[in-house]
Ligand binder design. Structure first.
Ligand code: GDP
Ligand code: MG
Length: 596
């Protein structure tokens, strides 16, 4: 197809504003998916996505649509909606020339709407504002059309109104996409350059790579090169999704499609990378490539130690499909053998953990998530800390932590509550704007560490669920951070070491020591539980001693009964962990680690 007849667009929306439903309607209207095949949220393929109603992996689908009698090709690129995947969202947007900004006509603009809008603006996309769910009795289209128009600087009459549910207004919207979204431009005669905006592992076909061709053409059987690594491959198959994979001879300027080279690992086909020909290829990659960088780390341990090899195999499998997932083996006094795993954010962590438990049948315990710290020592040496128990000892000059730019939207009555929460979490206010008389946008920079720990829940409960939050990483800042260790009878329990702000160290120490006192059974001797910063103890609890002698109950008597008792005690000990001289049931550690 010639570029003038192509339109590449995406839909950006806050969760539940109807993106998947609108995509479904478009597939149906353009005849790409027949009525009888249609099931709700056709494009959301992963089970977890369907259940949680979130889109994790983006896809692209090609649809024919004739406007004024001229047949066009529409490429709809689905973007992952969640903050953890900002980079992938930005690459999907970079593959488009325009976007539909979809807003629920009963809800108005939310934080995710804004965060995605900012990304769309950074990518110079044409923005088509659309109100959805106009069929709802609670819809207030006039009010929210004004809000949207004010936000993007257009006339309220230019805000389209649709119902993705009934299909009302959707054909007109497709016409508008053709009218307003610019056709892609590129140099058809230049060496091929295609941008990877998604790559997905398929058990049968290996990695399926989604690209947008910017210059030139990629053809079947050609040899290609990944510009970030120089790795070369043969194009075994190339084609478009419509909506199932449909092979073709090749794809050219402005077109969106998929490539199959037989590689088995998505890390060989990285989002943001540029694909070119192996011979006479382009010399300059397209801009915007970044290596995926894990932002949050957690230790994952099998509850049953014999599941360790199964956990390793499962992580290996998941990594084939997830270039952002990193892990390395780790051992813990309290938890045994496990892995330190890096994630893009909390949702990513949750999704991986759930897949490990559900798809691989593993029972896992996760240590409290932590961010990545940069530590400069007084002697000038630098350390990257992904595990609090590896925080360097000695003279520290500076500790830096990652910070995010957060956008919060809520009814004005909650301004006070939100400011209080952000302040308690070491936030710095950057600005505040009224979207309308009743709703306000607050902008903060916050340490990522303060957000990964139950911030979202706290926000929801302080605002009765009315606030929405989105954030993106903006760099790092120096902060007064210290490592707090928890000691049992003088020995460190690694899984409980945490890096916290010095003003919060005492509260953390008291809380953990208190929790463990409840959970650790009495021993033959007194066990002090201490929280300490270096050698300075900041909190202390004590588990009093008891004398427990199983044999004393059956003096003299039956020898076989004695043996049975001893064996029973041995059984019980299997699930015990030794911390120095102290015997602790693993359940106690697990209970102490799970959030309250
Ligand atoms: P997404 O999270 O943006 O993909 O939103 P979904 O497409 O999953 O829609 C969220 C909910 O809103 C679902 O229950 C949909 O059935 C419902 N919904 C979507 N569009 C409409 C609409 O136009 N009218 C009504 N009444 N409900 C809608
Ligand atoms: Mg969806």
């Amino acid at each position: 197809t010639e570029p003038a007849l192509i339109r590449n667009f995406c839909i950006i929306a806050h969760i539940d504003h109807g993106k998947s439903t609108l995509a479904d309607r478009m597939l149906q209207l353009t005849g790409v998916v027949e009525q009888r095949q249609m099931r709700a949220q056709y494009l959301d393929r992963m089970d977890i996505e369907r259940e949680r109603g979130i889109t994790i992996k983006s896809q692209a689908v090609r649809m024919p649509w004739a406007s004024d009698g001229t047949p066009h090709v529409l490429n709809m690129i689905d973007t992952p909606g969640h903050v953890d995947f900002t980079y992938e969202v930005s690459r999907s947007l970079a593959a488009c020339e325009g976007c539909i900004l979809l807003v629920d006509a009963a809800q108005g603009i939310e934080a995710q709407t804004l965060a995605n809008l900012y990304l769309a603006m950074e990518n110079d996309l044409t923005i088509i504002p659309v109100l959805n769910k106009i069929d709802l009795p609670a819809a207030q289209p006039d009010k929210f059309a004004a809000e949207l128009a004010h936000l993007i600087g257009c006339d309220p009459d230019d805000v389209l109104r649709v119902s993705a549910k009934t299909g009302d207004g959707v054909p007109e919207l497709l016409d508008e996409v053709i009218r307003q979204v610019p056709a892609p431009v590129g140099d058809a005669d230049a060496p091929a350059r295609a941008m990877i905006f998604d790559s997905v592992y398929d058990a049968y076909r290996g990695v399926v790579t989604y690209v947008k061709v910017v210059d030139g053409r990629l053809g079947r059987r050609e040899r290609i090169q990944m510009m970030s690594t120089g790795a070369t491959h043969e194009l075994l198959e190339i084609g478009v999704n419509s909506p199932e994979m449909t092979p073709s001879d090749g794809i050219a300027v402005g077109e969106v499609g998929y490539l199959i080279t037989g590689v088995k690992d998505v890390r060989q086909s990285k989002v943001g990378d540029t694909v070119t020909w192996q011979r006479n290829g382009a010399t300059e990659p397209l801009g915007g490539y970044k290596d995926p960088r894990p932002m949050v780390f957690s230790g994952l341990y099998p509850i049953d130690g014999s599941d360790y090899p199964a956990l390793r195999d499962a992580l290996e499998k998941l990594q084939l499909n997830d270039a952002a997932l990193v892990y390395e083996p780790e051992t813990s006094v309290a938890l045994g053998f496990g892995f330190r795993v890096g994630f893009l954010g909390l949702l990513h962590l949750e999704v991986i953990r759930e897949r490990l438990e559900r798809e691989f049948g593993l029972d896992l315990i996760a240590t409290a998530p932590n961010v990545v710290y940069q530590v400069t020592m007084e002697d000038g040496s630098e350390h990257t800390v992904t595990n609090p128990s590896e925080f360097p000892v000695g003279k520290i000059a500076e500790v830096r932590e990652p910070v995010v730019r957060a956008t919060l939207i809520a009814p004005t009555e909650f301004i006070g509550a939100i400011m209080e929460l952000c302040q308690a979490r070491r936030g710095a206010m950057q600005g505040m704007d009224y979207l309308s008389e009743e709703r306000v946008e607050l902008r903060y920079t916050l340490p990522l560490a303060e957000i990964v720990f139950d911030f979202f829940d706290a926000l929801k409960s302080k605002t009765r669920g009315y606030a929405s939050l989105d954030y993106e990483p903006t760099g790092e800042q120096a902060a007064a951070l210290v490592k707090v260790d928890i000691l049992l009878h003088g020995d460190k329990v690694d899984a409980f070491s945490a890096i916290v702000h010095k003003d919060k160290a005492y509260a953390y120490g008291v809380k953990m020591a208190g929790k463990l006192r409840e959970l650790i059974p009495r021993q033959q001797f007194e066990v002090p539980i201490q929280a300490a910063i270096g050698s300075r103890v900041i909190a202390r609890e004590t588990v009093r001693a008891i004398r427990k002698d199983v044999l004393s109950k059956c003096y003299g008597g039956d020898i076989s009964r004695k043996r049975k008792l001893l064996e029973k005690q041995k059984e019980g000990k299997k699930r015990m962990k030794m911390v120095g001289r102290v015997e602790v049931p693993q359940e106690a550690f697990i209970a102490a680690l799970s959030s309250d």
